[in-house]
Design a protein around this ligand. Structure first.
Ligand SMILES: Nc1ncnc2c1ncn2[C@@H]1O[C@H](COP(=O)(O)OP(=O)(O)OP(=O)(O)O)[C@@H](O)[C@H]1O
Ligand SMILES: [Mg+2]
Length: 271
């Protein structure tokens, strides 16, 4: 209908509808602008982080050699000093601290470099058993019982060394979370999510749990709540990097007071 034939009421209604649409568009525009700002900020942070990562990797690389040399000489000194001498104790201390520095550097290098994965067909159950065996004695000493529930899972296509590193980090965190003892469960399975199939590995503990406010922070590099000085707070960020580097993802659940469950999801590949 031409505007000339419309009643005053109709014209007012149309004007209202038009104003409502304009208001909606303005709200949408604001939202888009906010999203654009957020993404821009993230991009800048990302660029800063990768520059920092490169710098850290270079520094870590440079100090690695002198540290190895110091460690080597400390061992030689240690061998030549008769037992019982005070100097032997000092040499042992140097070796111990050098080992700690080497571990930190290894973590930092692993975190700041793009890890190079050598992917092969891998039985995740076997890797889990190997990791568990490495922690058996410690679990025993800490009154932690181990439960295993291994499914018949399809092999994943993955780098054994790195997957083991991820599992070890999770087991080590679970042990730290149960200073009074408890139960550590490791479970493998196959699962579907959003119409995709995954091979999963879950590590559950009955420990202190994770406060909700920390759930978003724990995967950030250098975030740690531990105060023993030996932690770098890189364990979970490394796990995340490893799993994502295999096309998978990591998830955490920590219902208050009931411990935590960390789940690794690896893409299912039909064999
Ligand atoms: N199973 C768990 N139960 C309770 N808290 C956990 C658990 N796993 C991780 N966290 C929390 O997440 C933080 C980060 O873990 P992450 O493994 O990255 O570092 P870390 O264990 O503190 O140090 P690092 O692994 O470098 O020795 C921990 O300090 C702890 O607060
Ligand atoms: Mg850790």
């Amino acid at each position: 209908m031409k505007d000339a034939y419309k009643t005053r009421e109709q014209l007012i209604n149309e004007l209202r509808t038009l104003r409502r649409s304009i208001a909606k568009m303005e709200r949408a525009k604001c939202k888009f602008e906010e999203a654009e700002k957020r993404l821009h900020k993230k991009l800048t942070e990302h660029e800063k982080l990768s520059a920092l990562g490169r710098l850290t990797a270079n520094v870590a690389h440079e100090i690695r050699n002198p540290i190895t040399i110091i460690g080597g000489f400390a061992e030689r000194l240690n061998k030549n000093i008769p037992s019982g001498a005070k100097e032997k104790e000092y040499a042992e201390l140097i070796s111990l601290e050098v080992k700690r520095l080497e571990d930190i550097l290894r973590d930092v290098l692993l975190f700041s470099n793009k890890p190079f994965f050598v992917k092969k067909k891998l039985d995740i159950n076997r890797v889990a058993v190997e990791s568990l065996n490495a922690y058996k004695i410690l679990c025993n000493q800490r009154s932690i019982s181990i439960q295993r529930s291994f499914g018949e899972v399809t092999p994943v296509y993955a780098d054994k060394k790195h997957i083991k590193e991820a599992i070890n980090n999770l087991i080590s965190n679970a042990i730290d979370a149960m200073p009074q003892g408890g139960s550590l469960t490791i479970e493998t399975n196959e699962e579907s999510m959003n119409r995709k199939n995954y091979v999963t590995l879950k590590i559950a503990d009955t420990g202190i749990g994770i406060p909700e406010k920390n759930l978003n922070l724990i995967f950030e590099p250098f975030f740690t709540t531990k105060v023993t000085k030996k932690e770098t707070g890189l364990g979970l960020s490394i796990c995340k990097k490893i799993v994502e580097g295999h096309g998978g993802f990591i998830k955490v659940d920590s219902p208050t007071g009931k411990g935590s469950v960390f789940s690794l999801y690896f893409p299912y590949r039909s064999q």
